[in-house]
Design a protein around this ligand. Structure first.
Ligand code: RB5
Length: 143
């Protein structure tokens, strides 16, 4: 499975760690940057990762900034993107099962790396349940 990943300077270090973990777990990772701690603008990276997901270059995307909030606001502007800012394992599972989220947002200044790795694992291994939840996603699409 291909996963697109992107971060700003606030999420750079966590991106490196999550990318390494994903590659060790057998995923192909498309890394859209940033590639240093130098200050950058998070929407430049959400734009690239969401494009990779909507154009099906990648099945899922992961975006990391300081809080995860900026990335989630930017990503959810894109039609077809359902970005979830997650800071706990329960929500990681529920947002795949109920919301079919296709982008996971993490806050590197909020969530420790150990928990972030558990969130990523849980999110990737959960499956959309469809049925009544699909009806709700259809209503989001119609808004
Ligand atoms: C960058 O300083 C910070 O604002 C950004 O990483 C993110 O937290 C925005 O929501």
């Amino acid at each position: 499975m291909k996963i697109a990943i992107g971060a700003d300077h606030g999420g750079y270090e966590m991106k490196l760690a999550i990318k390494t973990k994903l590659e060790n777990d057998g995923y192909e990772v498309l890394d859209y940057g940033t590639h240093s701690n130098e200050s950058v603008d998070f929407p430049d990276f959400s734009k690239q990762v969401t494009k990779a997901v909507t154009e099906e270059e990648a099945k899922l995307g992961i975006l990391i900034c300081g809080t995860g909030i900026g990335m989630s606001i930017a990503a959810n502007k894109v039609k077809g993107i359902r970005a979830a800012l997650v800071g706990d394992v329960f929500s990681a599972k529920a947002t795949r099962e109920h919301n079919n989220s296709n982008v996971l947002c993490l806050g590197a200044r909020v969530t420790g790396l150990g928990l972030a790795e558990m969130i990523v694992d849980t999110w990737l291994n959960a499956e959309f349940e469809g049925d009544r939840h699909q009806k709700r996603l259809d209503k989001i699409n119609d808004q």
